[in-house]
Design a protein around this ligand. Sequence first.
Ligand code: NAP
Length: 308
Amino acid sequence: MQFHEVIIMNDVKDIIIIGAGLAGLSALLYAKRAGYDVSVIEKDVYYGSQIAKTSIVDNYPGIPDVMGADLLDAFKKHAIYNKDDVISGQVTCFEYSDDIWKVFTKNDTYKAKTVIYAAGAGHRNLGVPGEKEYTGRGVSYCATCDGAFFRDKDIAVCGGGNTAAQDVIYMMDIARKIYLIHRRSTFRFSGRILDKIKSADNVEIITDDAVKCINGDNTVSGIELNSGKVIDVSGLFVAIGMNPDTEILSDMNILDENGYIIADETCKTCLKGFFAAGDVRTKPLRQAVTAASDGAVCIESVTEYLKF
Ligand code: NAP
């Protein structure tokens, strides 16, 4: 049992939501409208959400071609009724007894009848030599955050999914040359997007190859591929997917083999009063629209749990 230096807040909330991304904010909106006493705990209110680091989202129904940060802002404006709705803090663990969940942050403890875990996912690492060493010195995981540092430079993007495609498209007008490197011959993103990338005269696509190591001196100077090919670049954007932010749940027996919270479309887990929403849960499609949908569904499940 861990010892916590804590201030116990006396009031028991109906719901505590962990994470102020699209799933968490959607849950907050639905909870507020249903009249629940609810708070969100978020470790990084401004940039914590995956969507804040996404450039253009082109498939959120009804809002074509919206910047990720603008979509998140719209969710915030809609969901946050007053400043007390969002608590800044990093949750470290949970305890459950007598139908009450205790949610521990570094300095405080909060109590609630239900928890909605909507902490999202963080970027995956390549795990090759040079990656750690050059992170922030040429290696980046967010083109929208760091792309401007590579104006008129040669860069590489590694990955074959939507994030890699977005990074390439975002960098087309900034970088001089972009190498898109993918370990397979086919991509996960649509043919329409591939056509757009292929039509750019400053993009070279390299398939069936992967980054073996990242070289440099003080900053990145190049990458070596498994094929032996060496490419001179000043930057590498790693866009190879996400890992769920569920480390603090590892001893709660609710995670699958990839670290996702096992929950169905109702967002219920096998733990009483503990729900999962958004990219952290097992689901076939992780998108902005399915995260937002989970937030709404979760409150329906919370209502069923609290009232019946
Ligand atoms: P993703 O769809 O999981 O794709 C990850 C890519 O990285 C895959 O092509 C994978 O290769 C490759 N990869 C994984 N591990 C690798 C490694 N160790 N070395 C080299 N390559 C590796 O991840 P994502 O692109 O970040 O997207 C995550 C989710 O967000 C997806 O559901 C995506 O559709 C969604 N998303 C949507 C939008 C949008 O709607 N506009 C934007 C961004 C992301 P394989 O193909 O061989 O597995």
